[in-house]
Design a protein around this ligand. Sequence first.
Ligand code: ADP
Ligand code: MG
Length: 249
Amino acid sequence: YAGSSAPRQSHRISIKGINPPKEITTFEELKDRYSLPAQLYANLEKNGYYHPTGIQSIGVPTLLESRDVAAISPTGTGKTLSYLLPIFSKLGGPQSSRQAQDSGAGKGVRAIVVAPTRELAHQIHNECLKLSQGRKWRVILFSKATASTLGEKVVRDKVDIIISTPLRLIASIQEGSLELGNVRHLVLDEADRLLDTEFLEQMQEIVAACTNPYLQKAMFSATLPAGVERVAMGMLQDPVRLVVGLKDT
Ligand code: ADP
Ligand code: MG
C-alpha cells in the first residue's frame, strides 16, 4: 500500500494509500458529497452525533468512496459509527422496501459486521438501531435463535445487516442456512483480535464465503500489531490505512 502520508494536525490523523478522499468537518457535508439520505442525517442529530470524531472524519468518506479500509483509532473514538454510517448510506434503504423491478440486485444479506465477543456484537447492534430509526431495516444480532429464523426464505431474503461473532456465522454457513454471495460490506470490528490465531481460520473462511465481486472490506481496531496488520493488508484490495491519535510508525 504505497502512497502519500500527510499528518492531519487537528486529530493527528495519518492517511496512507492511493488517492484517499478529503476529510469531512461536519456530517452535513455528506449530504452533498455522497448523497447521504436525509433520514440518516436526521438520525445522527437525534442521537446526539453533532460533530464527527477524528476517525469518522476520514473513515466515513473513505468507506463512502467504496475503498477497503484498515483503521486504527483508540477505544472510545467512535469507530462503530465510522463504518455503520457508510453501510446504511450505501445500502440506500431496507431490502424489504426495494421495488420488485429492482431485480438486478441479488437477494440475501448485504452487510456483515463481525465482532470477537457477543457483548461487542450487542453494542454494535444498539448503534444500528439508532441509525435505523424511521425505516424498516432488518438488522439481526446473530444468535442461535435469530440465526434459525433464516431458515425461512421470506426472512432470509429481507435481511439487510447481520452482526455476529465468527463462530456463529461459520455455524450458519456450514449448515447451509446462510449464503454470503450478496454481501457488499464486510467489517471486522476489533480486527486485532479477529485476525489473531484464535479466530484467524474462521475469519478466512468467512472472507472466502463473501464471493460478491463488489465486496468492500473494512477493519477497525484500537491497535494492530505488525504481524496482524500484515494479515489484514493481505485480505484488503488497494486499501486506505488510517491511524488516528497515535504516533504512527
Ligand atoms: P470505539 O469503537 O472507537 O471504542 P464507539 O463506537 O463504541 O467507540 O463509541 C464510543 C462512544 O462514543 C459511544 O457511546 C458512541 O455513541 C459515542 N459517539 C460516537 N461517535 C460520536 C459522535 N460523533 N458524537 C458524539 N458521540 C459519539
Ligand atoms: Mg469499538
